[in-house]
Design a protein around this ligand. Sequence first.
Ligand code: ACO
Length: 378
Amino acid sequence: MTYAAVTGWGKCMPPAILSNADLATFLDTDDEWITTRTGMKERRISHVNAIEMAYVAAMRTLACAGLAASDIDLIVYGSCSNDEMVPNTASALQYKLGAGNAAAMDVNTACTSFLYSWSTANAMIRSGVVRRALVVGVELISRYMDWDNRGVAVLFGDGAAAIVLEATEERTGLLAETLGCYADARGILRIGGYGAAYANSNVTFGDMSWIFDGPQIFKKAVQGMTDASAKTLDKVGVSSSDIDLVVPHQANARIIEAVAKYAGIPMAKVHLTVQKYGNMSAATVPVALVEALEEGRLGPRGKLLMPAFGAGLTLCSHYAEWGERTSPKDVADVELPPCESTALELVQAIRAAKDIRGRSAAGLAGAYLVDQRPYGAQ
Ligand code: ACO
């Protein structure tokens, strides 16, 4: 029987740090509220487009696996903040990497996009369609955040990470998952002005008005992640006490604590990044996974549980068993371009650009970006 081993992993975090104190300079909020309600202290704001973060994460991942880009058969790009809708963003990554032998597809299930992408690539490897896949989770939510809405602006951050999967006869990798969607609740988390339905309409392009019912999302998230985790463990015949590490989606520390409690898993076995990165949507689980490996929290043959939820409301929980290797084969000599601005300056530029858009179709004039052009533009 064929399985899909994880043989490479890597992340790319943009350097600019936005603190709770920074947020309080333009929002009616404070460190105490954000910390006690969410567990968040800081988040990252990207100075480059998402494709640049995805590229650096992917190069590091390929080096970790000891592979060249031309070895990859499939790229699955999990995100809900794609730089462009058409063409897809996976094709930009294929082009930038020089991964000319790879099929390239985007998956958008919001915060669960990376885990849904892993399921997709895993199934394609296990059924023999491809042998080697690059799976990416990347988000640039800062660019379409409604920075004047304190109910959402404090919660999100940017980042990217990836894994490489390779076909093997050894029983390893993703062994069971549960995927689902509470579509009747899809209206409690949506972003107005983002999508073809708004194009050429009288909605101002880029009018990112968030509908976000935090308390309802909170309840559905706990329910969805808890139910999906129980089903997944049942499918694979593993007890929660056998789990070595939980790498959950990190939207709120209180959600994670509730899910761990219902699953009967102590918080000491949960890897947390929410305090330093906030909610990076699709990037959250892969970044936490990479850091768990870097910090030695996941050992050879480690048993992993990865519950997540996102807009839709999509939900899932993945069970994976790691292989023998927990250190990279090689390291890539690749970095993001330097960031000349503070995170607060980047956010203020986005807020200012939103104001400008009301008066000028020129919109984001590129003043604060390293390269505002979509990748491949002349
Ligand atoms: N600073 C200060 N006060 C605030 C802030 C803020 N940033 N935001 C809201 N408040 C106020 C509210 O106005 C409210 O005031 P009121 O009582 O005077 O009306 C009060 O704080 C309580 O607000 P609640 O929304 O009830 O606070 P709650 O404890 O539920 O926490 C939170 C809100 C953090 C959003 C929580 O509900 C949550 O984490 N929900 C889940 C969100 C989530 O996980 N989203 C992820 C999916 S995203 C995706 O898929 C792309």
